[in-house]
Design a protein around this ligand. Structure first.
Ligand code: ADP
Ligand code: MG
Length: 335
């Protein structure tokens, strides 16, 4: 059971000009799962390396339950890291892979066997003790890697894009499994991903990372419905921003022309007729996705992206249409 405090971390790699992490601070509650969402190069893996001790920060502190871990040996910190690739020992069977850390700690073989069995039940793969790790599917390999990470009762579980190389169905399965196991054990967890849906499905809170800084940190549903800044909104799939002058009919939130407003693509209507808050444009793309239709409409110099649930009209390329921004779905954002 661990509370994690990350305090004003700074990190610049040798021979690099730009810092990877800038005055980075974050507190994670005991038993919480925080997802880190950010584009490639935003510093996600670096943060995990600083926590495990693979790298050292230039300044700042990392504390577990109020005590700094920076001067503790990496293998004694109690933070375990799981990667996109499982890195199981190919010459060992599943039991020996999972039990490896316990053996190093000097646990008796009988206790190790019992612990491995408990972990295999937990990950939903009972009875595969004697299988060689080379005979596991990608999804099974990641489950075993998770068991190996958790068997030592770590203080903090760090998952660095662990599902990125898996097929969608296996991936969804494992998202659910990891989430359930994490809740059952109550282990404090950081989950790094670049997949928005995955981050929302898995986490108690999400941290949006851009260039080594947290742009926003909140519950997934709050970030989804009401991101406060343009940067946070873009992370959450919003691409349409309007200033107050462009709106004819306003709600209370957007009564000022000075302010900037955003709207989610699924709330924009693409229609033949104009109405309040409409803009005229020409269809540049219209894609049938089964459950919804995706539109791109050129309006003045900008492209408006919208999606409407079925049944919705298909329009030919170049068709003149109106995009309508219903006032109840507009929300204010800071630039
Ligand atoms: P992410 O995991 O979000 O993709 P990383 O933390 O791996 O980002 O990398 C952040 C930035 O730091 C990148 O620009 C990357 O090239 C750079 N970087 C990462 N590791 C090193 C290293 N060992 N030496 C120099 N630069 C590095
Ligand atoms: Mg990374």
């Amino acid at each position: 059971m661990t509370t994690v405090n990350i305090i004003s971390l700074n990190k610049t790699y040798p021979n690099q000009l730009a810092p990877v992490l800038k005055d980075f601070s974050l507190s994670i509650h005991d038993g919480e799962m925080v997802a880190f969402l950010g584009p490639s190069g935003s510093g996600k893996s670096t943060l995990l390396k600083l926590i495990t001790g693979i790298e050292r920060p230039d300044s700042g502190d990392i504390q577990f339950d109020g005590t700094s871990i920076l001067n503790i040996d990496p293998n004694k910190r109690g933070a375990v890291l799981m990667f996109q690739k499982s890195y199981l020992f190919p010459f060992l069977n599943v039991e020996d892979n999972i039990g490896f850390g316990l053996k190093v700690q000097g646990m008796s073989s009988e206790s190790i066997r019992a612990e491995v069995k408990r972990m295999l039940n937990l990950i939903g793969l009972p009875g595969i003790e004697k299988r060689k790790s080379g005979q596991l599917s990608g999804g099974e390999g990641q489950r075993v890697a998770l068991a190996r990470a958790l068997v030592t009762n770590p203080k903090l579980l760090l998952l660095d894009e662990p599902l990125s190389s898996l097929d969608t169905s296996v991936r969804m399965n494992l998202q659910e499994a990891i989430r359930n196991i994490q809740r059952e054990l109550g282990v404090t967890t950081i989950f790094v991903t670049h997949d928005l849906g995955e981050a929302m499905a898995m986490s108690d809170r999400m941290a949006l990372l851009l260039n080594g800084e947290i742009v926003a940190l909140d519950k997934p549903e709050n970030l989804f419905h009401r991101p406060r800044s343009v940067a946070a909104a873009r992370f959450m799939g919003v691409s349409t921003f309007l200033d107050g002058n462009q709106l004819t009919v306003k709600n209370e939130a957007c009564s000022s022309s000075e302010k900037l407003f955003a709207i989610r693509p699924e709330h924009i209507r693409v229609q033949k007729e104009g109405c309040e808050n409409s803009m005229q444009g020409f269809v540049s793309d219209c894609v049938f996705r089964g459950e919804y239709i995706e539109y791109q409409v050129d309006v003045n110099d900008a492209t408006v992206r919208a999606r409407m649930p079925m049944p919705a009209p298909m329009f030919p390329h170049g068709e003149q249409v109106f995009v309508n921004f219903p006032k109840e779905h507009l929300f204010e954002v800071q630039n």
